[in-house]
Ligand binder design. Structure first.
Ligand code: ADP
Length: 254
């Protein structure tokens, strides 16, 4: 009886150890996959604008584009846009990649939601090659207490994504509601949507929905992690409802 007890105990211990090791290995495998994905994205994202600016400068220095003022101006605009893109990317990565728990600097103040959105929407209209329609359902004079810079970045990220992960005709709606204890803003798009299985992961750092054309649409998988960090820092929460092929709705509650 004593011997049997010992054997069973030993067996249990061995199995336990085995399961533990297996889980550690699987976890590390997942982490290294995430790391690889990130490095791949990063390389792709940084190389493209650098190569473009290089080509533009090359054309001006060595291929006579400087002699044609219209060409030169075009190349300079291309360079400027790509440098801006690089700078945005570096900013994004630095904001998050260094340390997830790093403290963001916050100064909350009353901000006019409609005014802030109008500014952002105007920028996107200029930048986006797609046809984008914005619907704003925000009562006149609505102000919210937020950090203007970070909250602006949050909205920018959501608008960016809504345009990136969509078809040719994009409709983005903003719906504001005052609740008994606070307020709620929903950002809805009619884009490609997010399958149920991935909905919880999209807020994780470096996560991107593994669709076939992942590299057509550029990104690091950092935007929504930043969005969640900022929303939570305001004492709020973010949730998501989405249906593949129909669209997504991000609900921000404060
Ligand atoms: P990035 O866009 O840089 O990949 P994000 O953190 O902003 O990173 O988003 C993570 C992932 O969630 C995206 O790669 C995409 O697969 C998915 N996603 C985000 N927003 C949307 C959206 N509005 N519609 C469909 N998919 C989305």
């Amino acid at each position: 009886g004593w011997l049997l007890g010992c054997s069973v105990l030993l067996l249990l211990l061995t199995t336990g150890c085995f399961v533990f090791m297996l889980r550690t290995i699987l976890r590390q495998k997942k982490l290294s996959e995430i790391k690889n994905d990130f490095i791949n994205n990063m390389t792709h994202e940084l190389k493209t604008p650098i190569a473009t600016v290089s080509a533009a400068v090359d054309a001006m220095l060595h291929f006579g584009a400087l002699k044609d003022p219209r060409k030169a101006e075009e190349y300079l605009h291309v360079s400027q846009n790509n440098l801006q893109r690089l700078s945005d990317l570096v900013e994004k990565v630095l904001n998050l990649a260094v340390d997830e728990k790093q403290e963001l600097e916050f100064h909350t103040e009353p901000v006019s939601l409609a005014e802030l959105l109008c500014e952002l929407v105007a920028d996107h209209r200029i930048k986006s090659p797609k046809t984008v329609t914005f619907n704003m359902h925000i009562p006149f004079g609505t102000t919210v207490n937020v950090d203007k810079v970070h909250f602006g970045n949050v909205l920018n990220n959501l608008i960016d994504n809504a345009i990136k992960y969509s078809y040719e005709r994009v409709t983005i709606s903003f719906d504001f509601q005052r609740e008994r204890q606070g307020w709620q803003l929903t950002v809805t798009d009619n884009g490609i949507g997010i399958p149920k299985a991935y909905q919880a992961s999209v807020f994780d750092r470096f996560f991107r929905v593994p669709t076939g054309d992942l590299h057509q649409v550029k990104g690091f998988g950092l935007g929504l992690a930043y969005v969640r960090q900022v929303v939570e820092k305001h004492g709020g929460s973010i949730s998501l409802a989405s249906e593949p092929g129909k669209g997504s709705a991000f609900v921000l509650k404060f």
